[in-house]
Design a protein around this ligand. Structure first.
Ligand SMILES: [Zn+2]
Length: 273
């Protein structure tokens, strides 16, 4: 498991006490990169809760079905069955389907492009997004025929924890690649729970699919918006399953040290072929 440089302070609140290691992409989503000594214990409680919600309540089914690696220590918690509600007339009956017989279905949340990219004014309103259900819809229809009733799939899909998790990944990756000096970060407050302005920084894909390798979940790029330089993290959390997200994580203040680190990063990307 690649360990990057020791940060020496909490990347969310700045504290230098009780530092723990931080996975950039959660292990439950196949992440392997660790940023050592970069999260304090109390921020770790917050980010772990967010990750648990998204991994278990929202995307457990696709993770299990698609065989996405879970934390080896938590293997026991893998579910053997999945709840569905059978709805007939006014009656709802909960039934458990063996995980192998359960069709793959999941909620997909697609926000519009981050507001900062399009120069939209800062807004407290919830970001615009499209919510849809994807997966093996025809298998669900077959299941309805078998049960001769309508079926409701039980799945939580609160958008805010997902956006918080995307912000967390983008922020940690930005620190890992570009360091923490000479940069004004946007995301720590949002990660720790402030719902304000979330659609300004977290959004859907800006350009066409970036040229990312199939095993590549993250890509940092430099973007110029109204003559200022910003850092953008493209997140392909579950390739071919979830949408690609683009998160604007920070603004460059002191260009030269950050640019030289980004140059090293681009050389690293080129050399890995
Ligand atoms: Zn902290």
């Amino acid at each position: 498991m690649p360990r990057l440089w020791d940060v020496g302070h909490c990347i969310y609140c700045g504290s230098s006490a009780d530092l723990t290691d931080e996975h950039i992409v959660p292990q439950s989503f196949g992440g392997t990169w660790v940023l050592p000594k970069s999260s304090c214990k109390s921020c770790n409680v917050v980010t772990s809760k967010i990750e648990q919600y998204v991994a278990r309540n929202m995307y457990w089914l696709p993770r299990v079905k698609l065989g996405i690696r879970t934390n080896p220590k938590r293997k026991k918690e893998k579910p053997k069955s999945w709840p569905i509600d059978i709805v007939e007339n006014d009656l709802t009956i909960r039934k458990y389907i063996e995980i192998n017989d359960m069709p793959l279905v999941y909620v997909v949340i697609e926000p519009i492009v981050a507001g900062i990219i399009e120069s939209r004014p800062l807004s407290d309103r919830n970001p615009e997004m499209k919510v849809s259900v994807k997966g093996d819809i025809s298998a669900i229809e077959r299941l309805m025929v078998v049960e001769s009733a309508n079926i409701q799939i039980i799945s939580d899909s609160l958008w805010f924890p997902l956006f918080q998790m995307l912000a967390k990944i983008a922020h940690a990756y930005t620190v890992a690649v570009a360091g923490s000096g000479g940069i004004a970060f946007f995301l720590p407050e949002l990660i720790l729970g402030a719902k304000k302005f979330v659609g300004h920084y977290v959004g859907g894909m800006i350009d066409e699919t970036p040229d990312m390798k199939s095993d590549e979940q993250l890509r940092l790029s430099l973007r110029t918006i109204r003559n200022e330089k910003y850092l953008c993290v493209t997140i392909n959390l579950m390739p071919n399953t979830l949408p690609i997200y683009d998160v604007i994580s920070a603004k460059l203040i002191d260009h030269s040290p950050v640019m030289s680190r980004i140059k090293l990063y681009n050389e690293y990307l080129e050399n890995r072929g």
